[in-house]
Design a protein around this ligand. Structure first.
Ligand SMILES: [Zn+2]
Length: 365
């Protein structure tokens, strides 16, 4: 199938916010393996120690069974790809290995985040999950709220800053489908500011004049520029992990992606996302882009966003090439194989490598 993609110019990116607080876990060799890390041809797996964050016995039976099933499948997939490993599940984001008795460290994560209509898809470690929830996923949530406001889809109150005739005040605003209403401001400002705003509003409504300067900006929904995109990059990376497994994510080309996910405050990858204006929110697609050759990659679409991931090793410089094409405003005709969005971990490259490579091998004809 042929997809026509225009690589639009990148929006100017403003870096905002300080660095994420890094938690420094302490490592010691496990009693079982006597090792704190295993070096493999594909990368290093470290062991996590300490007390699990979740009490597996306190979980609901169905949740417990699902976590356990996904642990088994993941551990099996990892052993298919990295031979001679003990039974381990490695978190796809930090690549820390967890033994069976450490299953309480692992959480069934929503992909994409629940605020974007995601469903539980894959096990990640509690630390990686929590860190994203409080940073990039929270920023994605704010972005979605703001978008609902722009689309006039919400009926709830949000905090805004309003400037009217030179007076700036905090106001609580209710957005409906056909109107926007200032609900309250008296308790949110000094008496002088409240009185000034009331005065301006009274004059405006009495004279029905439109001759006043008016500016409104979100307080609650102000998100860190660039962070929602990194949240989506992370979601697509996790979906690709569910689809292709360890043999995919342990390729060197994916290091940059993990690094960008860990450091949303830095723009390490200049160009990895392109918006698709008309797509419905529920769109979920993974596609293997085969042509043009320079663009061979994995492309996933979540709602209105298409995100690019390297697929084979030689695609390590994919982002550089995408960025150049984008700067040159190139219009690119793309030929891609569409793959169904994963609903559960599949780990195709770990279990069915030959079949996948055969199917996706670029045809030179
Ligand atoms: Zn992790």
């Amino acid at each position: 199938m042929i997809l026509h993609i225009t690589i639009p110019r990148l929006m100017p990116i403003r870096l905002a916010g300080g660095p994420l607080r890094e938690t420094t876990p302490s490592w010691s060799p496990t009693a079982k393996t006597g090792r704190s890390r295993i070096k493999t041809a594909l990368g290093t797996i470290r062991f996590r120690h300490g007390t699990p964050s979740i009490d597996i016995n306190a979980m609901e039976t169905s949740e417990k069974a699902a976590t356990s099933d996904w642990f088994d499948l993941g551990a099996k997939a990892l052993r298919q790809t990295v031979k001679d490993l003990p039974e381990l599940y490695a978190c796809p984001l930090c690549l820390h290995g967890f033994e069976r008795e450490q299953i309480g460290y692992l959480t069934r994560e929503h992909v994409p985040p629940a605020c974007f209509g995601g469903e539980k898809l894959i096990l990640t470690c509690g630390e990686c999950n929590t860190r994203a929830r409080h940073s990039i996923d929270a920023e994605l949530g704010k972005f979605i709220h703001l978008r609902k406001f722009v689309r006039r889809e919400m009926d709830e109150m949000r905090q805004y800053k309003v400037t009217m005739n030179g007076t700036t005040a905090n106001v609580l605003v209710r957005f409906g489908s056909d109107k926007c209403e200032v609900v309250d401001f008296s308790n949110r400002n000094s008496p002088v500011v409240s009185a000034d705003l009331r005065n301006h509003l009274d004059i405006a409504s009495a004279t029905a004049s439109l001759d006043w300067g008016f500016k409104m900006s979100p307080v609650q929904d102000r998100y860190r520029i660039g962070w929602p995109e990194v949240s989506l990059l992370r979601a697509v990376y996790l979906a690709a992990f569910a689809k292709f497994g360890y043999a995919y994510i342990m390729r060197p080309a994916l290091d940059t992606v993990r690094k960008q996910i860990r450091q949303p405050e830095k723009r390490l990858i200049k160009y990895f996302l392109t918006p698709v204006v008309d797509a419905p929110d529920e769109t979920r697609v993974i596609a293997y882009v085969q042509k043009p050759e320079w663009m061979r990659c994995l492309m996933a679409q979540i709602g209105q966003f298409r995100i690019f991931l390297p697929f084979f090793d030689e695609e390590a410089s994919l982002y550089k090439r995408l960025s150049e094409a984008h700067n040159n405003r190139e219009k690119t005709k793309v030929s891609a194989t569409l793959l169904p969005w994963p609903r559960t971990p599949e780990f195709l490259l770990d279990f069915h490598k030959a079949a996948v490579v055969r199917r996706l091998r670029p045809s030179d004809s």
